[in-house]
Ligand binder design. Structure first.
Ligand code: GLU
Length: 336
């Protein structure tokens, strides 16, 4: 009897060992987030912009909620981030809504590389205005910049791409400027204040530290960007809208500034782990008040707005799962 029991116990132990070995052998075939010790990467923007503090807050909330690492990387901006997400160098990227559209459909800056149906939207963020900041008092409208020294933006920036879209609509190129500077946002204010630039372009959420510095330190002012070419852009592309920067937001600009704008959005790729995207979205939405305090330009965000405006790519499955779970979207199959 004792011998039979011993044999049964040994057989049980053998079976358990075999199961463990089988599970162990199967592990490499089951891709998962815990197995890849790589941190989640999120492309942001320059050090004086809004993308960097917003990206850092998203990462911080994700880290606190999951214990997994997340790196908010300073970059050249939207175009750089969209390329990084497209080619797999970044898991997430903050991208202007016009760049999201272009990256998905292979338009404008993505004309040569073509459409990318694998891009996915996560949520949208703050509104960004196409902002012209001029030091020369003679610059009061877009046309006054023809023949002037302006900063068009660093390669990889969203503002450079949006400016090029506007110039294209006007049938012009950057050649209309006497100088088309490519400085990063963190350098353009200083160079303009040193009288080596007349104006700069920046597509950014307000209030912006770089613009506050330019208006306070060297008397710069904001310029309206309106007219038939802007109207044509607004009519052609649904992701642009009329934007007003309230008077008094900055020194030397007591009146409202009317221009056009986009929304900042968070993008990823279809093959980024579903649970990671779900956890990241959940981390942000469950601590929404904390998230909104990351920067003043997030103060008017609402969860519903974040999944409705500025998104042209399909939602990532992990994001959609969370929105359906909390009732922000109807269950799949019932439409939006
Ligand atoms: N909109 C800018 C870009 O896409 C970045 C603005 C920011 O860093 O807040 O390059």
């Amino acid at each position: 009897m004792a011998t039979t029991q011993g044999i049964q116990v040994n057989a049980k132990i053998r079976r358990r060992c075999v199961s463990l070995i089988v599970i162990f052998l199967m592990l490499p075939a089951m891709p998962g987030r815990a197995e890849t010790s790589q941190p989640v990467t999120l492309g942001t923007g320059g050090v004086t912009g809004v993308y960097l503090p917003v990206g850092r807050e998203i990462c911080e909330l994700y880290r606190q909620a999951t214990g997994f690492e997340c790196e908010a990387i300073p970059t050249g901006g939207s175009l750089y981030n969209a390329n990084g997400v497209r080619n797999g160098d970044l898991d997430f990227g903050i991208v202007q809504s016009d760049i999201q559209y272009a990256a998905l459909h292979g338009r404008d800056a993505f004309y040569d590389s073509g459409p990318d149906p694998e891009l996915r939207a996560v949520f949208s963020l703050h509104a960004e205005a196409f902002t012209v900041v001029a030091k020369s008092p003679g610059i009061q409208q877009f046309d006054d910049m023809i023949g002037k020294r302006v900063n068009v933006g660093n390669p990889g920036s969203g503002h450079r791409a949006t400016l090029d879209a506007l110039l294209d609509m006007r049938g012009e190129t950057e050649d209309i400027f006497a100088l088309a500077g490519e400085l990063k946002p963190e350098d353009m204010t200083r160079v303009m204040c040193n009288d080596r630039l007349d104006a700069f372009f920046y597509v950014v959420g307000h209030p912006s530290q770089a613009i506050e510095d330019a208006t306070r330190r060297c008397g710069a002012h904001l310029v309206n960007v309106t007219g038939p070419d802007v109207d044509a852009l607004l009519e052609r592309d649904p992701y642009y809208s009329v934007t007003v920067i309230p008077g008094g937001t900055y020194a030397n600009t007591p009146f409202d500034t009317t221009t056009f704008g986009v929304r900042a959005t968070l993008m990823t790729r279809a093959d980024v782990d579903e649970q990671t995207v779900y956890d990241l979205v959940k981390a942000v939405f469950e601590r929404f008040d904390t998230f909104r305090r990351a920067h003043p330009s997030l103060s008017t965000l609402s969860p519903q707005h974040m999944i409705e405006s500025g998104l042209t790519a399909p939602l990532h499955a992990g994001a959609r799962r969370y929105y359906e779970e909390v009732g922000l979207l109807p269950p799949s199959g019932q439409g939006r």
